[in-house]
Design a protein around this ligand. Structure first.
Ligand code: ATP
Ligand code: MG
Length: 366
């Protein structure tokens, strides 16, 4: 996949820019607070229903303006599409080739991008919620059916919780069964995805870190050992029944896939407790590479790779390892740094270089 051109207007601190990115490497450099991450965010939003930074739309619109606009020409499998996004504080509108898009599924796969940003490493250290959010987003990217079952599960969960809070619990059993049914599909799809990613992770961890530690990813849904839909459904039903008393007491569903966690393991120890900061960063980056690889397999084309703030993320050796690897891949990469990185420019052939200042962008050559 290639982003051939992108125009951004009134998006965060950007008034108006038009960029024709290079086909392979693009370096966006500039001092802190100049708009580097904003550009990556605008690109990411073109193909995704949500930003990687915020879920609050008003933040995206430039102060004092009514709407933000992003338009991009994307080439994928020899076909070009023009994607247009208009963000207003109350909602977002998307058009593909001038036609309004009404369902998220219509945009799915039109512009795939994997982001690695400094915030991502935080998910190793925090509670399960951010890892679950990561998992849900990553599964959805490569599996369009996931969105549907995830929404169904959330809807049923809301109904069941509503019933748990009310005095009259008529119909609770029916909602519990429905929840097990929808939850089984969510878990089955997550398990399938994690197995694929886990199979790719080790190679990328070794590539980036140059180390031989074993890296592993584990998703063990609460109360479930089966991997097939029917078995999972039965086990989930058991789980919900076991927790029914406490569910009624707390007025909410206290166990199930909406509480599950994703575990990162390095050399058979929890990365969260024992991994150094560098190991945690390399692990998450390897995870993103594995995700990229999976999207490549699924769509037959590599997604865009958006690497935010690389100067602060990895040491020189790891940066070099990563860059060397990326030069061998047919993939469009956007990298932001605070300096006009010599390491990067030495490794990346024909890198297009852009300087960002106060939301403006200057092409400095390639
Ligand atoms: P760093 O190197 O520190 O990560 P950066 O170049 O990535 O910096 P960005 O996060 O892209 O910086 O941009 C930050 C700038 O955008 C800040 O000056 C911030 O005030 C401004 N900004 C964010 N949202 C808006 C908005 N809605 N309207 C106007 N300016 C905004
Ligand atoms: Mg930034």
């Amino acid at each position: 996949m290639r982003l051939c051109s992108v125009a951004v207007a009134d998006f965060r601190n950007i008034s108006s820019i038009t960029v024709e990115p290079g086909h392979h490497f693009n370096l966006l450099y500039g001092r802190n607070g100049q708009g580097k991450t904003n550009i990556l965010e605008a690109i990411y939003l073109l193909g995704s229903p949500r930003s990687f930074r915020t879920s609050r739309l008003p933040e995206l619109v430039k102060h004092g303006k009514q709407q933000a606009q992003v338009q991009g020409r994307v080439s994928s499998s020899g076909i070009e599409n023009v994607l247009r996004l208009v963000v207003e504080p109350v909602g977002r509108k998307v058009e593909i080739d001038g036609k309004a898009v009404h369902k998220a599924s219509e945009l799915h796969g039109k512009l795939n991008a994997v982001v690695f940003s400094p915030d991502d490493t935080g998910m190793v250290r925090t509670g399960p919620e951010s890892r679950r959010r990561y998992l849900d987003r990553a599964v959805y990217m490569g599996d369009i059916g996931y969105l549907h079952c995830w929404h169904a599960y959330q809807r049923i969960l809301k109904q069941r919780n509503h019933l748990l809070k009310s005095a009259d619990k008529t119909g609770l059993d029916i909602w519990t069964e429905k929840l097990a049914e929808a939850g089984a599909e969510v878990i089955e799809r997550r398990l399938r995805f994690v197995a694929v990613l886990d199979g790719k992770l080790q190679k990328y961890y070794a590539t980036i870190s140059g180390d031989s530690e074993t890296s592993r990813l584990s998703y063990q849904p609460d109360g479930v050992v089966s991997s097939e839909r029917e078995g999972i459904r039965d086990e989930l039903l058991e789980l919900f029944k076991r927790h029914q008393r406490s569910d009624e007491r707390y007025g909410t569903t206290t166990a199930g896939p909406h509480r599950d966690d994703l575990t990162f393991i390095l050399d058979e120890r929890h990365l969260k407790a024992f991994g150094s900061q560098g190991q945690q960063k390399s692990f998450v980056l390897a995870l993103k590479m594995a995700e990229m690889d999976n999207l490549h397999d699924t769509f037959g084309e590599a997604p865009l790779l958006l690497l935010d703030d690389m100067s602060s993320e990895l040491d020189a050796q790891r940066n070099h390892n990563l860059m060397e690897f990326l030069t061998t891949r047919n993939i469009q990469v956007f990298i932001t740094t605070t300096e006009r990185s010599p390491v990067l420019l030495a490794t990346a052939p024909h890198c297009a270089v852009f300087r960002i200042e106060g939301g403006n962008l200057t092409f400095e050559g390639s």
